[in-house]
Design a protein around this ligand. Sequence first.
Ligand code: ZN
Length: 422
Amino acid sequence: MSKISFSLFLAVIVLVCNNVEAQPLKLRPDAFPPVDDAKDAKSIQMATSVEQMASWDRYPTYGTYVAMMEQWANQYPELCNLDTIGESVNGRLILCMHIQGARDVPEAAQAPEFFYSSTMHGDEVTGYVMMLRLIDTLLRGYGNNPQYTNLVDNVAIYINPLSNPDGTYRGGNNSIYGAMRYNANYVDLNRNYPDPFGTQPLSEQQPENTAMIAYLNKHQFRLSANLHGGSEVMNYPWDSFTSYERPHPDRQWWIDVCKRFVDTSRMYSQSHFRDVNSVGYIEGGDWYVIPNGRQDYVNYYHNCHEMTMEISTDKTIDSELLPEYWRFLQHSFVNYIEEIFSVPSTAGIENAAATALDVFPNPAGDRLFVRGDYDGELRLYDVRGRELPIVKSGANCIDLSGLSRGLYLLRAGAQTAKIVKR
Ligand SMILES: [Zn+2]
């Protein structure tokens, strides 16, 4: 290497190092690109039949997964039924198991709805198998285990083990080799939800998320969790802001819930939930701010308390490690469903009255009145974040007759109101 090229080489090194230093240090491990070929061929075992899932130390092929869900629905028709949330870009099914006992009593319709959803990032597959095993555990335990029986009788439990099947089975239905974070259109589904705070416009809504939003609209989930991998930390809302900028109104409740989850898991394994911080939980934005994520969308638009559970530092753990992860997580997963009875009864949207737009009646019929002064022009958005024209029928009255039933957001400057159109 000549002197000149050596100094050039040095300059490049300096530049590269400076560049690295200029990056934010709080990189979210979850945001790392997928490493497709890092897996040793011996570490991933696939189950090509339902029977091969008996020890829970394999990943199911797509066919085995669908067969498992169908088998449970057939085996326990009085306890569960299988919903199809929708289809992926490539036509794979996005399935959800609805588990609920004591369906014939009048109170059944009043049972609060709980939702677990996993693997919207297709290569973060630990939660996928954990959720399948949770379905199995609740169904088998009903009538034997008092805690499971009580939960299944009093909560409408919905479990969606795989919300991005095209990402998980990118390499074909028979293997999770080559699994990727994105859907088949190479879109990150966790950056593809309407942003309630309007910081980022939404790119084209992906079919997986459109189906999920329709499913969320059909239900009134009160508590939910969204399972990921790449780290081990409980992450509560908001993702769009740091807790200093905009704390969630129920921040202390979230901290208590996260602490209970982590403490329980540490009774079975001391070594987990330590790669981000020592407590094992963090407010999303304090870790890393993201726009257009599912967590903020669900909390804000659906009045549902949803958190993100990052449950394994390795996104695609060796299949033989799956039982170990279940061992230290299973009680926390079940106890988290029980937290539905402790969800604060506040609307949970905003605590600062100053940012609330005063509207009535709400839910509204054809007319909605805005009370008092508000700053700036009124703007109306649908649940997908699209702005709609406002039809006025008086100085402070908006005509909603052209809108279909559902949730809308009315905004004036920094003031907002979530409106339910009847
Ligand atoms: Zn993820």
